[in-house]
Ligand binder design. Sequence first.
Ligand code: RIB
Length: 290
Amino acid sequence: MKILNFGSLNIDKVYAVEEIVKGGETIDSVSFSESVGGKGLNQSIAVAKAGGNIMYAGCVGKDGEILLQALKDNNVDTSLIKTVETASGQAIIQVDKHGQNCIILFHGANYEVDKAYIDEAMQDFAQGDILILQNEISNIDYIIEVAKAKQMKIYLNPSPINENLNKYNMQAIDGIFVNEHEGAYLADKEKVEDILDSLASKYPELEIILTFGDKGAYYRHKDINIFQPAYKVDAVDTTAAGDTFTGYFIALRQQGKSIEESLQKASKASSITVSRKGASISIPKIAEVD
Ligand code: RIB
């Protein structure tokens, strides 16, 4: 069984700030750094650090060598990644003194993913293989269609929320990773219990994982209902916390670990990620989590 992540690759431009800038304000930053990111890249590195084998598909520009190198350094197979003329995707990230972030995306090469490339990249995947998706690249509706026809198992992290989500065949998705905001959008409900109930009744076969910041994570699948409390840490930077959770959970489930153990270790790994600065660089290896 193979794992494919078809996702985004971003150069993260990270500004540490006292407070996140408000409309009409100009503020000073405390520091600046540049690092590799993209929800797809971060999740793949999390899968690999959790001991999983993973292949990556997506597009980078000619400035994307640093992104390819980071994946290679972390044992992610990059042979399916395409280099295009358009510059690589970027994320402008502010991190405040409480570790909270806000992110502006520039699609760049991430929106060069077209149908011909999708057909080519997915040709060697088949029934039972796992596909991980986020919402940061173009033509995701087509990727879902191809994966469904091949009977792959599809996990979706519908982030960021945008109008493209309405095009996706949610009935084809096997598992979803949402935070409280994404869950509220998809379910059109506010409270966590209502979100879970609504998603479960709309999509009865769907495995739902709802992460709720420093409170913990909820798992709902048919009659299985689990709450995994978060580990308490001093948050320095929450960037990639959700990506760590997603990558760890999928990797550990694929290794045959129980839902409970996978949730517990995914939660522990995310708590370590938020206690450090940066995105993929802050994701721990499984030995540290253990
Ligand atoms: O989830 C964090 C990631 O979101 C960042 O690395 C940034 O690139 C954006 O994709």
